[in-house]
Design a protein around this ligand. Structure first.
Ligand code: A2P
Length: 269
């Protein structure tokens, strides 16, 4: 279908290399039902080098099921402008640049929604351990906002977030995130290039917070979500293994149980 851009603003410091945008798409009268953890496909206009229409690119939703603006048929995405490849060589991301350059009232071709492997638990008082880097924060924002909107319902469990970025200014949504009450969400920021501070990755903070992580892991109402850089996948698993083993537990048994019970979710790229 076609969506209309109703908002596009940068959520990282203007003086940084991380140009990450929060983009709001509106479907007008058309209901577009989604769940937290799902993604949509965007069809960038134009043709590829072979003269064929571009294929769709998938982006995770950053908004909860009832819309970026509650009660409206709209949703939001978190998009990083790609200007280099994984090796650091110059590269122009076709869809990310298209999206980051959109202005209000532009029309966008959307397909989806997609995804059933990263959905948030829907039973009351489920705990969430959310581990992300950069734009991997999109589904975490969706889940957190879902919980924030029902804060008075008594349905929320414990929320614990591990969020990695180069610096505070390159961490998307830093301002709004820091305004969330500490008794609602336990926020742990892993900054890797902050001047005058040691380099920290999310897996380092998981080890630092071993006591609380273990307590949550011991609760069968806890689900773990990991989204962001491919490289952190093994680092996070190693950290979870270490905090488990420290207390004399067998990680392979717990790991199997987490997977079997659908409580461990990865989405890395
Ligand atoms: P680094 O400073 O070493 O690149 P990016 O800004 O490239 O999207 O990365 C987001 C954050 O994830 C950065 O702080 C980056 O650190 C960090 N990071 C890079 N590799 C890994 C990894 N293997 N595990 C965890 N975090 C990582």
């Amino acid at each position: 279908t076609t969506a209309t851009v109703v908002g596009n603003y940068r959520v990282t410091g203007a003086d940084t290399d991380s140009d990450i945008h929060h983009i709001v798409l509106d479907f007008g009268e058309l209901p577009f039902p989604v769940l937290e953890g799902q993604s949509i496909g965007i069809l960038p206009p134009g043709l590829d080098a072979q003269g064929r229409p571009h294929h769709a690119r998938q982006y995770s939703l950053a908004s909860p099921r009832d819309g970026e603006r509650a009660g409206y048929n709209n949703l939001s995405l978190t998009v990083k402008r790609v200007t280099e490849d994984h090796a650091g060589a110059a590269a122009h991301g076709v869809c990310s640049n298209y999206l980051c350059d959109l202005v209000k009232n532009d029309k966008v071709q959307v397909i989806g929604p997609f995804g059933h492997t990263f959905l948030m638990p829907n039973h009351p008082r489920a705990n969430l351990i959310m581990i992300c880097t950069g734009t991997g924060s999109a589904p975490m924002r969706a889940m957190t906002e879902r919980c924030r909107r029902r804060i008075d319902s008594g349905d929320n469990g414990k929320l614990m977030l591990f969020f990695g970025a180069r610096t505070e200014r390159e961490l998307p949504y830093f301002g709004p995130l820091m305004k969330l009450p500490p008794d609602f969400i336990d926020i742990n920021l892993a900054l890797s290039r902050e001047a005058g501070q040691p380099k920290r990755y999310v897996q380092d903070l998981i080890r630092d917070r071993a006591v609380k992580v273990r307590e949550l892991l011991a609760d069968r109402n806890t689900c773990i979500y990991v989204c962001g850089l491919k490289g952190m996948e093994s680092g996070v698993l190693d950290a979870l293994r270490d905090v488990t083993v420290q207390s004399g537990q067998d990680w392979s048994i717990l790991h199997d149980a987490l997977r079997r019970e659908g409580r461990l979710h990865f989405e890395t790229y």
